[in-house]
Design a protein around this ligand. Structure first.
Ligand code: FAD
Length: 386
């Protein structure tokens, strides 16, 4: 075996699996280590969305260009498939010329995104080592996609069965989802409802109960066998790309996350793909990310800063504006792409948002482990919070 073609991948999330599939398809021998005994155990069978508003290209075309097949639940939702509610439950409908997002399921069930990607990795011939929590990678090239290590935003929700029709509902109101949003997604008899918080985490139960009351006051939806869940995401002001050019960080572990709303799956998969391409084509991973991912990441941080300062008056204004467009996709895309104003805001909010990354896996001085992103020389002072 050509040992130059041996790659270690840590974490079987969307980022690690996408990297594994791309490398295996290019003839690399890929060993993928997952700490759990199955994929998707961070999630709860909850529905999430593959957003379809930030790129010119449709998200399914983007995935197809990455070599990913749609062998999982992936249901398009257009603007007229749902409703938004602003403060005081003012209703707004938006119009779209293409799906606003694709509903997917997370977790380990047959139809989930995680299981679909796993099947593609298995078919490609990736060697998967279950129940192996890697703390270090001694030799050779490695890609680390181990998910978030701190909570910059949290979600509290429930999954349930229902007889309600397929629908999406979004709520914008600081009283139920501070600086964020609450959502309901229903697909073929199953539903996910959650509220997200960008601050005041200790009162999550209060916001959750308020969000639930808001939903119940506008929709007569039956909830069969509800099961509560929670989750969190992290984002960094500056992604961390690699350590010693030997270990490449991908997905949320590197800070690739949409700072405005937490739609990180596309970033996770794209960063996994670019990490793989950098190895296959001997390109600089950082350069690829700086070109293809970073501009939108920066804008999402600027958008987060602006959104966090809008208050409920601002949300009402934004929603009524969105409702007035004949197609909401182009204006949304415009907001996700760089402008000179957003560049200025990015510089401000870089200082405003300090990364809250505290990697509990790396507590030792002068370490050489994959979790600590600092080189040995800088490491002394950063040993605890690296
Ligand atoms: C409630 C909730 C709702 C969300 N909704 C959306 C949405 O609608 N749209 C969207 O785009 N994004 C959404 N996100 C964010 C999205 O889920 C993440 O951005 C995405 O899963 C990140 O993928 P990843 O591969 O980087 O990490 P993960 O999906 O977290 O995968 C990391 C994997 O690494 C494994 N691992 C960790 N440490 C080790 C170790 N030491 N050794 C071996 N394995 C390890 C974990 O077990 C896990 O399987 C949501 C997140 C939450 C919490």
């Amino acid at each position: 075996m050509d040992t130059n073609k041996q790659i270690t991948i840590v974490g079987a999330g969307p980022a690690g699996l996408t990297a594994s599939i791309a490398l295996r398809q290019a003839g690399y021998n890929v060993n993928l280590y997952e700490q759990n005994n199955n994929v998707g155990l961070r999630f709860n069978g909850d529905f999430q969305g593959l957003e379809n508003w930030s790129d010119e290209e449709d998200t399914l075309d983007i995935l197809s260009n990455l070599g990913i097949k749609i062998n999982f639940l992936c249901h398009p939702y257009y603007g007229n498939d749902g409703i938004f509610y602003g403060p005081n439950l003012k209703q707004v409908k938006v119009k779209t010329s293409r799906p606003l997002f694709y509903l997917i399921e997370r977790g380990s069930s047959e139809n989930s995104l995680d299981r679909g990607l796993l099947k593609q990795a298995e078919e490609a011939g990736v060697n998967i080592f279950w129940g192996q929590k890697l703390d270090s990678v001694k030799d050779g090239l490695a890609i680390v996609g181990t998910g978030p290590k701190a909570a910059d935003a949290i979600a509290k929700g429930m999954v349930f069965s229902t007889s309600y029709k397929n629908i999406f509902v979004g709520f914008l109101d600081n009283k139920i989802a501070p600086k964020a949003y609450a959502y309901l997604l229903v697909n073929n008899g199953k539903a996910t409802f959650a509220t997200c918080l960008f601050e005041d985490f200790k009162n999550e139960k209060l916001y959750y109960n308020r969000a639930l009351s808001a939903m119940d006051s506008v929709l007569d939806i039956d909830k069969i066998a509800p099961k509560e869940f929670g989750g969190f995401v992290n984002f960094f002001t500056e992604p961390i790309y690699s350590k010693n050019n030997r270990i490449l960080y991908v997905g949320e572990n590197a800070g690739f996350q949409d700072a405005l709303w937490g739609f990180g799956i596309k970033y996770a998969m794209l960063s996994g793909y670019y990490a793989a391409q950098s190895i296959i084509n001997k390109q600089d991973y950082k350069e690829l990310c700086e070109e293809h991912l970073r501009p939108k990441l920066k804008t999402s941080l600027a958008n987060r800063f602006l959104f966090a300062h809008f208050t409920n008056y601002g949300y009402s204004f934004i929603l009524s504006k969105l409702g007035s467009y004949p197609d909401v996709i182009p204006p949304l895309r415009k907001h996700y792409n760089q402008s000179n104003t957003k560049k200025v805001f990015y510089q401000i909010c870089k200082r405003w948002y300090k990364s809250r990354l505290i990697d509990k896996q790396c507590l030792h001085k002068n370490c050489d482990c994959v979790w600590c992103r600092h080189g040995k020389a800088e490491h002394g002072e950063a040993a605890v919070n690296c």
